[in-house]
Design a protein around this ligand. Structure first.
Ligand code: FHN
Length: 457
């Protein structure tokens, strides 16, 4: 009863405030402590799954003899929108199993999933009340996002939505395509923003608490910084603790993904690249990458990155204080490509041994390490360094340059007995004697427990 009264009074307060015409709250003026609290899960997670799924998976990258298409199929083929809509009628992912997808992500060590609720083609992956251009117009009379939300909740995985600001299908998107043969009238961006906000409200209020709203497609002229600030505040007002990436505004410097200043959004979004260094404490970022060459499913693209490259990318991001968002492009049947499943399984085996050297870590205190990377974990007064050795020294001698702190224990993370490794401090830093064989050629972790505060020269 008391809880209901509290809720009722909060609702009345909000109602009064809005009737009184008080200005909407500017969430960009959040204090550092509030921001740190809101970003904590993201910064600890370090590893997520990106999913690009939509009707573009039906042609699977192939059209009129060309085989290099992906989620940009409509734009790159310049297919009349009326013809492109036929793919929705063929989109029937009868093999879609949300629990299986979430299990694959969780077993790979991923802590969150970002799935395309709407990509640039405007197709809604959920039964939106705002348009028929959604899963409603397919033979698949289910709600994949609802099934994914349930599976994520059961598995303790954070669900996030990717939502494209740019919309090649909607008649009011400001830069209308010549091949949008269904659009009539003059584009009206205010009307478009109302439509986009109505869809976003469905997503934020209909699928449980979300981790991130991952905006994209912000680069075209009709979108402005001011509209970005407004959209950021709109989203945060609907779910105050949600995280919004920097593509809600206009601050992103191309694929480098970081803000050039005057941006809006909570973190930077390098794409298909990893920054050369981190950006210091308090600057959150996430590098998103494909596993082959396409975001959306392309049946001919067999350019798969090796598991070694994927593991080292994850370690590289974590060593610079960032996250790794690794993409899957499911088929129109609702399956992850076998090559993706294979790599997810291999990454999962590596994470089973090395996850504590990734989750909850912060950036390396060393400028550059010739043999690999380093992540750091501070728990109370104790500091642990995780040395990720890519190039195992042939002579068994590993030097941590400049490390001056005394150490209490050094051991291989893969060694369940935590057998102490011999160390020798010198003017050059800390020398560690390693066994001849690396536990994992892709990346092996040496744990260095410091006895005192961290000192690096
Ligand atoms: O145009 C999109 C592209 O299709 C894909 O979604 C990537 C992934 O972040 N983002 C844009 C390109 O920067």
């Amino acid at each position: 009863m008391k809880r209901t009264l509290i809720r009722l009074s909060a609702l009345l307060f909000t109602l009064h405030a809005s009737l009184a015409g008080s200005p909407p709250k500017d969430f960009t003026q959040e204090n550092p402590e509030q921001r740190a609290q809101r970003m904590a899960w993201f910064n600890a997670a370090r590893f997520g799954m990106f999913i690009h799924w939509g009707v573009y998976s039906v042609p699977a990258g192939e059209w009129q003899g060309k085989t290099n298409y992906g989620e940009w199929f409509m734009e790159e083929t310049k297919m009349p929108v009326s013809q492109y809509e036929n793919y929705a009628r063929q989109f029937n992912p009868v093999k879609f199993d949300a629990k299986a997808w979430v299990r694959l992500a969780k077993d790979a060590g991923m802590k969150y999933i970002v799935i395309t609720s709407k990509h640039h083609d405007g197709f809604g992956l959920w039964p939106s009340a705002q348009t028929d251009w959604s899963i409603k117009s397919t033979p698949f009379h289910r709600d994949p996002l609802a099934e994914l939300a349930t599976a994520c909740k059961q598995a303790g995985i954070t669900l996030c939505f990717y939502h494209s600001i740019m919309d090649w299908h909607h008649p009011d998107w400001g830069t209308r395509r010549a091949w949008n043969d269904l659009a009539t009238g003059t584009p009206d961006m205010d009307r478009y923003v109302d439509y986009m906000k109505a869809q976003i409200k469905e997503l934020i209020t209909g699928y449980g608490p979300l981790g991130i709203l991952w905006f994209d497609g912000e680069w075209e002229k009709p979108w402005t910084h001011e509209r970005g600030v407004d959209l950021y505040n709109y989203v945060r007002a609907l779910q105050p603790n949600i995280i919004v990436n920097n593509r809600v505004g206009k601050g992103r410097t191309g694929m480098g993904g970081m803000d050039k200043g005057q941006g809006v959004g909570d973190y930077g979004t390098p794409e298909q690249e990893i920054p050369p260094t981190g950006f210091g404490p308090g600057v959150a970022w996430e590098s998103c990458m494909t596993m082959n060459k396409h975001w959306g499913y392309n049946k001919n693209d067999q350019n798969w990155k090796s598991t070694e490259v994927l593991v080292r990318n994850l370690v590289d991001c974590a060593s610079k204080g960032g996250n790794y968002l690794l993409n899957i492009g499911p088929t129109s049947e609702g399956l992850f490509p076998p090559a993706s499943v294979e790599r997810l399984g291999e990454i999962g085996k590596w994470m089973k041994v090395n996850r504590e050297a990734v989750y909850g870590t912060t950036a390396s205190p060393f400028p550059k390490l010739p043999w690999g990377r380093c992540t750091k974990k501070v728990q109370g007064k104790s500091t642990t360094l995780f040395l990720h050795v890519f190039d195992w020294p042939a002579d068994g001698k590993l030097l941590v340059p400049g490390l001056k702190s005394s150490v209490s224990k050094v051991y291989l993370l893969a060694d369940k007995k935590h057998t102490a490794l011999k160390t020798l401090s010198s003017g050059a830093g800390l020398g560690i004697s390693l066994p001849a064989q690396a536990p994992d050629a892709r990346s092996s972790t040496v744990v260095v427990k410091l006895r005192e505060e961290l000192r690096v020269e």
